[in-house]
Unconditional design. Structure first.
Length: 372
């Protein structure tokens, strides 16, 4: 049978260059009528949207992988690679704000009124990737205008815009990446005991108790050294209270009450801690790489938000946003408070020196398995 080949093509047809270059005309669709500053503004934001498209594709692939009942170890390298690709995209995208900063404030103000009441918040792909990652509605910061973040995406006549429908569909597409990762963490064996084994819960709390003891011992080493420098009773009381609070905060984190998720949340947090504490064990290497990649991704996202805020402040100061938001103040708050993988961040406070980590009872469980 004769092999079929793809028809001959050109670079400009494959990438659709002419279509792409025809999209910078703005509302009037005629680029010749615009100043360079306005074309620059349009172009950079179009580039952002193309990056967001790639990010969404990578996050969907990662999310789908972790929804499987069993995630094969050999697939984790691909997941980590995809997540790190997202990190790289966000890092590169952050640099594009430098291009926008070449806009003179007065030059931007010359066409800013055209945007009203539009807003960068109406980037439905940005909202989609926040939702896909796992940002919940209850954690969103108010725009400063009436209605939810979804209502802000309605068309000017109040109908459901394509942006509204895209975000609405994303909200219904579950699980989120965070939910999928947490379901995966719930299944992680702790010290060789499977999550559904008869001794799973007993072993969970045994590991937590041993770790809390090791962590308290490490804190007390720091306490003793610090107290050697104390000169007053007031300073001693302050230090004692600080070290005691650190021990108690770690205990509360690893032993959450029912309002904070109880045993389910305890297992998720203990699994994350377990992976980060024993990274040298062969079967834990790639799972830990996945968690590290998630942390890097969220850090890059935070930096992207911060960089956005500083660009806006540099170009237009702290005036009200075109969509009625608080402008820079709103952007700063999102960068400060939007943390999705908060348990990953919290684990950094819990980790102890390798030599101080509790000894495992079933370390061999995590070694490479060979058959003769």
């Amino acid at each position: 049978m004769e092999e079929k080949h793809a028809p001959a093509t050109t670079y400009w047809d494959f990438i659709r260059v002419n279509d792409l270059l025809s999209l910078q005309g703005g509302l009037g669709h005629d680029e010749a009528e615009l100043e360079n500053e306005e074309v620059l503004f349009i172009t950079v934001h179009q580039v952002f949207e193309l990056w967001f498209k790639l990010i969404l594709r990578e996050l969907v692939v990662a999310r789908n992988l972790f929804t499987a009942p069993h995630v094969a170890e050999r697939e984790l390298s691909g997941a980590a690679r995809g997540l790190r690709r997202v990190t790289t995209i966000l890092r590169v995208a952050s640099q594009h704000f430098e291009v926008v900063e070449t806009l003179d404030t007065r030059a931007y103000l010359a066409f800013r009124d055209k945007l009203m009441p539009a807003s960068g918040f109406q980037s439905h792909q940005m909202r989609q990737l926040e939702i896909l990652l796992g940002l919940e509605d209850k954690d969103r910061i108010s725009l400063g205008i009436e209605g939810s973040h979804l209502e802000a995406l309605r068309a000017p006549d109040g109908s459901k815009s394509t942006a509204y429908k895209a975000v609405e569909n994303q909200m219904q597409d579950r699980p989120t990446l965070k939910e999928a990762i947490e379901a995966w963490m719930l299944r992680a064996p702790i010290d060789g005991i499977p999550h559904d084994g008869p001794d799973a819960e007993k072993q969970l709390y045994r590991f937590i108790d041993k770790y809390l003891e090791a962590h308290a011992a490490e804190v007390n080493i720091g306490r003793e050294r610090a107290l050697q420098l104390v000169r007053t009773d007031a300073e001693r009381e302050r230090l004692e209270a600080m070290y005691n609070a650190e021990i108690e905060s770690v205990r509360s984190h690893l032993l959450p009450d029912e309002a904070m998720g109880g045993a389910r949340r305890a297992r998720i947090r203990a699994s994350i801690l377990f992976l980060d504490t024993y990274p040298a064990l062969p079967l834990l290497a790639w799972p830990r790489e996945v968690l590290a990649a998630l942390l890097e991704l969220e850090q890059s996202f935070v930096i992207f938000r911060q960089r956005h805020a500083r660009m806006v402040e540099r170009v237009i100061g702290r005036r009200t946003g075109t969509g009625g938001s608080a402008g820079v103040d709103y952007l700063d708050k999102t960068a400060l408070t939007y943390r999705i993988f908060d348990d990953l961040w919290a684990t950094r406070t819990l980790l102890v020196r390798p030599i101080a980590a509790p000894k495992l009872e079933n370390e061999a469980f995590y070694g490479f398995k060979t058959e003769l």
